[in-house]
Every structure is written in structure tokens, then in C-alpha cells.
Design a protein around this ligand. Structure first.
Ligand code: ADP
Ligand code: MG
Length: 713
């Protein structure tokens, strides 16, 4: 047996259902199994999670109060408290009979340990009259305090077909095989010593069968460091690689760029000027730029992009006095690609530059031969031809832009808008034959905490657009509780009467499945649009937008909204990224407690588009003071960056969906909360790559990076 042995070879006779289940949660090898960590520890068989409980089970769970309210049992009129408790595995209902005050004791968002017996109502299990004990967070509850100094049983996240017990016994088997005796630690010993981290063997034992709490915590700390350390190593290595690659020299453009910007209908902010200057300086160096431009929605990233593209477009390819260097500008959605195409036409209008648009639903080119005032539809093959022979210097598009069939003649600059990653490999692929790689500008309005940015974007140099254009009024933000809903509708009506448009954002697309417990009471796009039309705003045009619509349908709806054929657009958070309709001056967000602060901030950015006063109504039914406080941060925080930090602090690492969005596990997110740990990991990684860029002396690290590179690209 070794770390790469397949689990199904080590444990023969696994039923097919379990094999499948293991694959599904990413457990293929012995190493995967060893790195599958307990969610918490318990002392007896009673410890459970919300999954797979049955009537009569005595359970202890560590959970968060997701919802809670005092109510009355309708049949007997007894007062009670009903709650939904949520842990990493799911959620369960809890009921306290004749204890209506519990709702006050356990406001929404509280973490606590709950113990009690499972009852059943209409076939659904619920926790009856549980005892509770408030804890600081789910992770502070990973230990059952009373059992300190006893034996700890690890409780693993379960899934259908894989129980915590199965994982426990399998890991114990690996332990008794003696495999740990020969296990090699990829983290160099001096680093472990410097930060007092336990060795790999010790850490594995401590995390899977700790004898005391502090051992398990040390082990968690080590694995948190380990995860971030390897991401940092990967990023530092990539950074070095792209720096070594030759790129296109674009020189002496600062003056002409300045003239270009003087034609804009506005004056650049200092921040924009500084960003342009930084990028143009990078262009002069001859090796490839890798830069992240981070700025709130509306901070004017497109103008920075256009100006720097101008510098590229007016540069002739090496050794040639015809043609121009090319730019590829990739947007995350068709709607955005189309809007960018139109903005670029505005910026380049007076210069008669050819601009192409490529998406999966068609291609366009500006200017049209027959009418140079506007663009025209052209065939994909025609566009590809003009791109390949260099006639089109600026190509804007969605992912279609980096398909194999798209070839450029002199691609010198790649801009990625709101895309999480675009690595060295993709950069090499997109240029195919050329030895040189294009300059890269990645742009984002997604406010993320500094530690996370340093980690996932560790290979990029950072430019912040931290200044809003002059005269822009901050969005007036109101937290609207149910009793004030009516007043809010009157405000909305006033705005509509003034000829403005508005967005209504709902957390769901469809009505929830009534059979699924706990999902009720969340507004859905479809029902809310219908209700608004029938009950509140019958005289206005209302339509919907969500991710399950076809691209063509979405585009059509956006066109109608832009052309004011629709007054109210009811949508899921798909409008989050970059949509630009200046006449939409109000955004209403339903079920706001379900969104993170950073996300709410981005949604609010949709209406920050002109100098007209804009409004954001945050509708929430929550009675929890904690949740209301959290939402109130939206009224006070200076920028998205600050809100992202607040999110990280207030929400707990597990809830930031690190895995889904950034590929970082819950344990890694614990490190993200810790600036010291992130900085240490980063410094150590930098030093290693500088000392030994080929990692000749660090074969274990080299091997590991190969594995995670696949995962992170
Ligand atoms: P972002 O992409 O950062 O969200 P945009 O580049 O789309 O922002 O700019 C938002 C709006 O602000 C656009 O209508 C743009 O014309 C305008 N704008 C950009 N820079 C300035 C500025 N310095 N002063 C005034 N308006 C600006
Ligand atoms: Mg933008």
C-alpha cells in the first residue's frame, strides 16, 4: 500500500454504490482518504449530524440557527418555538413546545451545541425540545468539551453511501498497515520548526485520532498552512515562469494615450490615471505583464482597458510597418461581451479601428462596410479569417474567444473581465505558435479579502482602482423590514413614475419544492414577478431573467430592458456581474440575509451607473439582530473591499463557499482568516522559488505542484 494506491484495491469487495459515492466526493486514493478530515469529534455514538437521523435517535449536533420563530401549534394552540438548525451536512427542524422565548435566546446565526431526541411529524424527523449550549462557531464546537481528556471519535462529513464510520475504520486500517512510518513530508523541516507545526505523520495521527484537543488543533493548523503554502508555491512558480517569457514591447505610448483619453466625455480619476500608467510601464519592459485590476463596480475599469488597448492597437508588430498588435478581451457572459463591444465602439469611434465580437450565438464587426456608423453581423468564418490575418486588432467575446479554431496573427494583450483564472498555460495555448506570450490584465469587481487575493491571485501584480468618478452619489441603501414593505413599494412607484426602471432580485428561480423542508418562504423570480404584476404594479411592464434561460432569451430580455420596454426586471443574482443600464436607478433585493455582504454590494453596484441618485432596498424578514447588524454594514462600509473583510469575519470560513468559488477547502479557509499565516506561507514559498526555481532540491514539492496545478487551472 502506498499513498497512490486506489482505495478500491486496498479495500476489495466494495459495493459499486460505495465506489461511486467515494468517487463523487473525490476519494480515489489512499492519500485522498488521509486528507479527508473530520468535521468534529465526539465521545459517544450519539454524536451525529443532521443527515440520516431517525426517529428515536439521541443526538448531539453542532449547528447554526438558520431560522427561528415563536409560533403556535394550530391544533392545540400551544405556544412553541420552531427553528431550522444547519450544519455542514444539511439542516433539521427543531421544536421547543411551550417555550416561545427560546427564539430570543438563540437568534438566527447563533452557533450552538444541541442535544435531544429525534421525533417525527408527517414522516419528517425533527429534534424535540433539544438542550442547547451556545458556542462561538461550528469549529469552536468541534470538541465536545465535557469529554476533554477522554477518547475522541472523529466525525467525518458523510454522504449517501459513505458513512463517517466507514471512513473512520478505513483510515484506521491505513494507519495499522504501517504506511505512515515511511511517509515523507513535503513541507521542509526548517519551515515546520520555524512555525511550530507538527510533521506530516504526527499531524495525520493527531487529526484522525487525537488523544487531546490541542493535538487535533495543531494538526488542523498544519494542514491549513500546508494548503495555502502549496497554492502560494504554485502561484510564485507561475509568476516566475511568465516573467521569464518574452512578450511584446510596447513603448512610448504615454503621450498618445493621454491624447486618447482627452477625447473621453469625462475626466479620468487619479486612480484611473495611475492604473494606466502602471500598465503602460509594464508594457515597456519586454517581458509579459501579469496584472490584476481590482475596482468596485462603476470605478471605470473599461476606460482603463480601452486606453491600454489603444496603446497596443497603435503598435506595429516587430519588424513590420503594417498591421497592428492584437487584443483579445474576454467577458464572462454574452450580455457583457455585447455591452463591452458597444462601449469599445464608443471609445474607438473616431479612429476607425476594426472591432470584432465573437460569442456562441454569433459574430459582429464594427464598422459595417455599408454603414460605417454602426456594426454588422458577420459569419464566424469571416471573423476568424480576419482575426487570423491580423485585420481585426480588437476581438471581444465570451469563452468562444479562446477556442482552438480562433487564431490570431499578433496577439499581444489579453484582458479577462471577471474570470477567476487565466493561467500561463492558457496564455501559451492561445498564442499557439508564438514564442512570446501576451500581456495579461485580469479585471475584477468581486470584492475579496486581502488574504484571499494574495493567495489565489498570488501570481499577479495588483492595481487597485479605489476611487469613484467625481459626482457619483453613493447608493442610498435601506434595510427594509416587513412592516415597511408597503412604504418601500410607494418609493418604487415614485421612481417608476419618474420614468426610471428597477431591478428586483430574488434568491430562487422557481417556487421551492414544497416537499423539501425548510426551503419555504424564499421568494422566487417567477412567482414574485407574477405577484408584482398582479398585486402591486399592474400598469408596468415586468419581466424575468435567470440563469436557466437560453442565451438568446437572456439577450433579448436585456435588450428590452435597455430599451425600456421593460420597467421592472425580476432576476436572480445573474445580473450581478457588470450589466449596465443607466436608467435603472433602484434595486430591490429580496431575502437579503441569504446573500453575502460582498455579493449584496456587487448587486447594488448595478444601479451605480449615472449621476442620478440611486437606491437600494434590502428586504429581509429576519428578526435576528446579528443578521440585521451584518446587513447594516452595507450602509456604513466605504467599499467592497471592506465588506469582503467583514464577510470573512462575520460569516465563518465554511460559509464563504471557498471550495466552490476558489477551490479552497474549509480548513484552508481557516488559514485565509489568518493574515499572519497567509503571509508566512507566501514568504516561504517565494523564498523557495527564488532559491531553486526548478525545484531540484524539492522533489516532493515539485510532485505535489503537478497535482494541484490540474486542480487550480
Ligand atoms: P466598471 O467596469 O469598473 O464597473 P465602467 O468602466 O463600466 O466601470 O464605468 C462605469 C461608467 O462610468 C461608464 O458609464 C463610464 O463611461 C463612466 N466613467 C468611467 N470613468 C469615469 C470618470 N473618470 N468620470 C466619470 N465617468 C466615468
Ligand atoms: Mg466592467
Amino acid at each position: 500500500m502506498n499513498l497512490n494506491s486506489k482505495i478500491e484495491d486496498i479495500f476489495p469487495r466494495l459495493p459499486d454504490s460505495r465506489k461511486k459515492a467515494l468517487k463523487k466526493i473525490g476519494l480515489n486514493t489512499v492519500e485522498d482518504l488521509l486528507y479527508y478530515f473530520p468535521a468534529r469529534y465526539g465521545d459517544t455514538e450519539e454524536i451525529k449530524n443532521t443527515k440520516n437521523v431517525q426517529k428515536g435517535d439521541k443526538i448531539i449536533i453542532y449547528a447554526r440557527v438558520k431560522k427561528i420563530k415563536p409560533t403556535k401549534a394550530y391544533y392545540k394552540k400551544i405556544t412553541m418555538t420552531e427553528a431550522v438548525l444547519e450544519d455542514s451536512e444539511g439542516s433539521i427542524q427543531a421544536v421547543w413546545f411551550r417555550q416561545p422565548y427560546i427564539a430570543k435566546m438563540l437568534p438566527e446565526g447563533t452557533y450552538a451545541k444541541f442535544s435531544g431526541t429525534i421525533s417525527e411529524r408527517k414522516g419528517k424527523p425533527y429534534l424535540a425540545n433539544p438542550e442547547y449550549e451556545i458556542t462561538e462557531s461550528i469549529t469552536s464546537g468541534i470538541f465536545n468539551k465535557e469529554t476533554d481528556n477522554h477518547f475522541f471519535i472523529p466525525v467525518y462529513p458523510e454522504s449517501k453511501g459513505v458513512t463517517s464510520q466507514w471512513i473512520y475504520h478505513s483510515i484506521q486500517k491505513v494507519f495499522t498497515s504501517g504506511l505512515l512510518d515511511n511517509i515523507e513530508d513535503a513541507i521542509p523541516e526548517d519551515i515546520l520548526k520555524k512555525y511550530s507545526l507538527p510533521k506530516l505523520k504526527t499531524s495525520l495521527i493527531w487529526i484522525h485520532s487525537p488523544k487531546k484537543q490541542s493535538d487535533a488543533l495543531s494538526a488542523r493548523k498544519r494542514f491549513a498552512f500546508e494548503e495555502i503554502f502549496f497554492i502560494q508555491l504554485l502561484r510564485q512558480k507561475q509568476k516566475r515562469e511568465s516573467l521569464e517569457k518574452p512578450s511584446f514591447k510596447i513603448e512610448n505610448k504615454k503621450d498618445s494615450a493621454k491624447k486618447f483619453t482627452e477625447k473621453f466625455p469625462f475626466k479620468l480619476t487619479k486612480s484611473q490615471e495611475k492604473s494606466i500608467d502602471q500598465i503602460l510601464s509594464d508594457f515597456e519592459k519586454g517581458n509579459a505583464m501579469s496584472r490584476l485590476l481590482e475596482g468596485d463596480v462603476g470605478s471605470g475599469k473599461t476606460a482603463v482597458a480601452a486606453t491600454t488597448v489603444y496603446a497596443v492597437t497603435t503598435t506595429k508588430p516587430n519588424g513590420s510597418n503594417a498591421g497592428a498588435l492584437q487584443t483579445a478581451y474576454m467577458a464572462p457572459t454574452e450580455i457583457l461581451a455585447k455591452q463591452l463591444f458597444e462601449s469599445f465602439i464608443q471609445y474607438f469611434y473616431h479612429l476607425n479601428v476594426q472591432i470584432g465580437l465573437i460569442t456562441s450565438s454569433g459574430c459582429k464587426k464594427f464598422p459595417s462596410k455599408t454603414n460605417p456608423e454602426t456594426w454588422t453581423d458577420i459569419s464566424r468564418s469571416q471573423l476568424l479569417k480576419w482575426t487570423a490575418n491580423g485585420e481585426i486588432p480588437i476581438l471581444i467575446g465570451t469563452h468562444s474567444l479562446i477556442q482552438k479554431s480562433v487564431e490570431f496573427k499578433n496577439l499581444a494583450y489579453v484582458i479577462i473581465d471577471e474570470q477567476h483564472r487565466f493561467g500561463t498555460k492558457q496564455r501559451r495555448d492561445i498564442t499557439k505558435k508564438d514564442e512570446r506570450i501576451p500581456h495579461l490584465l485580469s479585471m475584477t469587481a468581486t470584492p475579496i479579502p486581502r488574504t484571499l487575493a494574495l493567495t489565489i491571485y498570488g501570481d499577479l501584480d495588483l492595481t487597485l482602482l479605489d476611487e469613484m468618478p467625481k459626482g457619483r452619489k453613493p447608493v442610498i441603501t435601506e434595510i427594509v423590514t416587513p412592516e415597511r414593505r408597503k412604504t418601500a413599494y410607494e418609493e418604487m412607484r415614485k421612481e417608476l413614475q419618474a420614468g426610471r426602471q428597477l431591478y428586483v432580485i430574488c434568491p430562487r428561480i422557481d417556487e421551492p419544492d414544497p416537499d423539501k423542508a425548510n426551503t419555504l418562504n424564499v421568494k422566487s423570480v417567477k412567482t414574485e414577478a407574477k405577484r408584482l404584476k398582479e398585486e402591486i404594479f399592474p400598469e408596468y411592464e415586468i419581466d424575468i431573467l435567470h440563469s436557466k434561460m437560453k442565451p438568446k432569451e437572456k439577450e433579448e430580455t436585456m435588450r428590452q430592458f435597455e430599451e425600456k420596454e421593460i420597467d421592472i426586471l425580476v432576476s436572480t443574482s445573474v445580473v450581478e456581474v457588470g450589466v449596465n443600464v443607466p436608467n435603472a436607478t433602484m434595486i430591490v433585493i429580496e431575502g437579503a440575509e441569504r446573500f453575502g455582504l460582498a455579493q449584496l454590494h456587487q448587486l447594488r453596484g448595478r444601479v451605480l451607473r449615472s449621476n442620478t441618485q440611486a437606491y437600494c432596498f434590502i428586504f429581509s424578514d429576519t428578526k435576528s439582530e446579528q443578521t440585521l447588524n451584518r446587513l447594516n454594514a452595507l450602509k456604513t462600509a466605504e467599499n467592497g473591499f471592506k465588506l469582503a473583510e467583514a464577510d470573512l469575519e462575520l460569516r465563518g470560513s465554511g460559509e464563504l463557499s471557498g471550495k466552490k468559488q476558489w477551490g479552497i477547502s474549509d480548513i484552508g479557509m481557516e488559514a485565509i482568516k489568518n493574515i499572519k499565516m497567509v503571509e508566512s506561507a507566501r514568504n516561504e514559498a517565494k523564498e523557495i522559488i527564488e532559491k531553486d526555481p526548478e525545484l531540484k532540491k524539492y522533489l516532493l514539492i515539485k510532485e505535489r505542484l503537478k497535482k494541484i496545478e490540474v486542480h487550480f487551472e
